[in-house]
Design a protein. Structure first.
Length: 288
C-alpha cells in the first residue's frame, strides 16, 4: 500500500512539472518573426528616382515555432493596416516625396518583430499649367511671346521643350514657375503647329499645342488691336466655323484670339465677320 501511494504521488508530481506541448511553445518561443519585402515595379519607373505608377508591396513573414499571426503596415502618416497570416500585399498609390512605408510581423505568442521602414518618391500627377501669348512690334520687327506657367507640388518642375512643327526650337530648364519663349514672326507660322512639352522632375508630361486653322467667324469682340496685318482681340460672343476638319465652336468673354490677313472682313471695335486664318485661337492641352 505504501509503495502504491509513493508511485501515485510521483506520477502526480511529474504531471504537474511537465507542461503540455502547447504550453511548451509559449515558454520556448521568444524569437520574433522575420519579414521580407518586394516591390513591383522593383525600381522607379519615372525620371530621377521617382515612381509614376502604382507600386505593389508584397510582404512575407516566417516564424520558427508558433507561426505568424499577422503583419502590420502603414503608408506615410496613414493608420496601421493588418494582413492576417504570414503573407499579403498592398498598393501604394498616393503622391509624396520621401514617402515612408513601415511594417512588422507578430507571431502567435505575441512576439513582435522590430519595425522595418523604407522610403519611396511617388508623383503620378502632371503639372498644373497656364498659357499666355502676346504679339508686339519692336524696332520694326514683330515678335510673338509665349509665357508658360508650370507648377508641380510634388516633384517640382524640370523643363519646358518648345517645338515649331517637328523641329525643336528651345528648351528652358528649371523650376519655373514661368517659362518664356520669344520668336520673330514669320508668315510661314500660318501653317504650322507650336508645341510646348512640360515635364516635372518625375517625368510626368503636359503638352500644349497651338495650331493655325482656317475659319469663318462672326460675333462681338472687344479690345481690338492690330500689329501690322495681325488682328488681336478678346471674344465677347464669337461663333467660329473651322474647316478641315469641320467643327463649330463658341468663344466667350475673356478668350484671346489672333487672326492673320482676313480675306474678307468687316472689322470694327465691336464686330467681326469673314474668312480668316486663326493663329492663336485653337489651343489644346493633353496629359500623359
Amino acid at each position: 500500500m505504501k509503495k502504491l501511494l509513493v508511485v501515485v504521488v510521483i506520477l502526480l508530481l511529474v504531471g504537474m512539472s511537465v507542461p503540455s506541448t502547447g504550453n511548451m511553445a509559449s515558454f520556448d518561443d521568444i524569437t520574433p518573426p522575420i519579414t521580407t519585402c518586394t516591390l513591383d515595379p522593383p525600381e522607379p519607373d519615372g525620371d530621377n528616382g521617382w515612381y509614376v505608377s502604382d507600386v505593389t508591396v508584397t510582404l512575407n513573414a516566417t516564424d520558427d515555432m508558433s507561426g505568424v499571426k499577422e503583419i502590420k503596415y502603414k503608408i506615410g502618416t496613414g493608420s496601421w493596416q493588418t494582413i492576417p497570416g504570414d503573407n499579403g500585399s498592398f498598393i501604394i498609390d498616393i503622391d509624396g516625396g520621401n514617402l515612408q512605408i513601415e511594417f512588422y510581423a507578430i507571431d502567435n505568442v505575441g512576439n513582435e518583430e522590430s519595425h522595418h521602414t523604407f522610403e519611396i518618391d511617388m508623383d503620378q500627377t502632371s503639372p498644373e499649367i497656364s498659357f499666355e501669348w502676346d504679339i508686339y512690334e519692336e524696332g520694326g520687327v514683330i515678335y510673338i511671346r509665349f509665357s508658360i506657367g508650370g507648377f508641380d507640388m510634388t516633384s517640382g518642375m524640370n523643363r519646358v521643350e518648345f517645338f515649331i512643327g517637328d523641329t525643336e526650337y528651345e528648351i528652358v530648364t528649371g523650376g519655373g514657375p514661368t517659362f518664356e519663349f520669344v520668336i520673330v514672326w514669320s508668315p510661314t507660322f500660318r501653317h504650322c503647329v507650336f508645341s510646348f512639352y512640360l515635364y516635372d522632375e518625375a517625368g510626368n508630361q503636359v503638352i500644349v499645342k497651338v495650331e493655325s486653322i482656317k475659319v469663318f467667324l462672326f460675333g462681338r469682340i472687344e479690345n481690338l488691336t492690330m500689329v501690322r496685318d495681325i488682328f488681336i482681340f478678346n471674344a465677347v460672343r464669337l461663333r467660329v466655323i473651322q474647316f478641315s476638319p469641320i467643327s463649330f465652336n463658341t468663344y466667350i468673354s475673356g478668350e484671346k484670339i489672333a487672326l492673320f490677313v482676313p480675306r474678307l472682313k468687316i472689322v470694327n471695335n465691336r464686330f467681326v465677320f469673314g474668312f480668316f486664318i486663326m493663329l492663336f485661337g485653337k489651343v489644346t492641352i493633353s496629359y500623359n
